[in-house]
Design a protein around this ligand. Sequence first.
Ligand SMILES: [Zn+2]
Length: 301
Amino acid sequence: MERRVRIAAIVLVVAWFLLPGLRGYIPPWIVFVVFAALELQFLAVGWRDRGAPSSPRGRAPQAVDVEELGGAGWRRPVLAHIDGFEVWLPRGEPAPPRERPAAGRRRLRRVEGLVALAALAVALLVLVPDRGWSSLDEAEQSRTGARLSAEAGRIAGHTARVHCDAEGKAVGVVQHADGLAEVGGRDAFLTPEICFRLHRLAFDGDEGSFGQTARAIAVLAHEAWHLRGERDEGVVNCYAFQSGVELGRRLGLSEATAARMMRQQLAENATFARSAPAYLVPGACHDGGSLDLDPKSSRFP
Ligand SMILES: [Zn+2]
């Protein structure tokens, strides 16, 4: 059971790294705290058991070995004398169950725990900080800001300035936690995470994870629609998902991928909007509806 929980935790952490889509839903500190707590518990158990006596039966098969050989069906061999030879025969009493794992196995568990903790520390200290907005030098940051400002300006219909230093908590609302913009103004603010994802797409050709990239594009388009003068959050979302197709294509995606991303954003809108109903797209947000920006096309968004 312990082992299964632990394997599940490791799978979760690995998946969290390899499937960045998960990162949008599970904050990193939860993953790391769960994993670290689990590993510490294993270390503590291993440490506590370190003084326990090893098997009094010497090299007799251990309960764990019996389990690996098929559990209760395995029987302790008996020594028989046949024609003057000593022969082990596969019959006799079932091996008695043992409470504690063998000493070697306990040591292995402690080593496993230490290795896992070391990997975790490397991930936290080396990998994570190097892969964010702050890892970009000033020139790259301002180049990205200029590019995103230009893209926002195309949607807004006037000059826009995109700043990459918004604090999620300053914005507050769930679906809006990654950006902020003045309605009809020139200034929009995105979180460094959103800017970094768009930077990777636009300048490094890295499409990243489907969900994260889709969200980053939708957030930029959303704020741009506020700059254009639209105040209603649901309407802004409906327009943003549609503008996001062209925006994504301009930032380097194929049109088909960009369209699929925006359809995913539209599909997830109802879930997000449960905690923030103002962000729910209106009923007219469908192909041919009054909010369809391109009624001639049969694709939506
Ligand atoms: Zn908004």
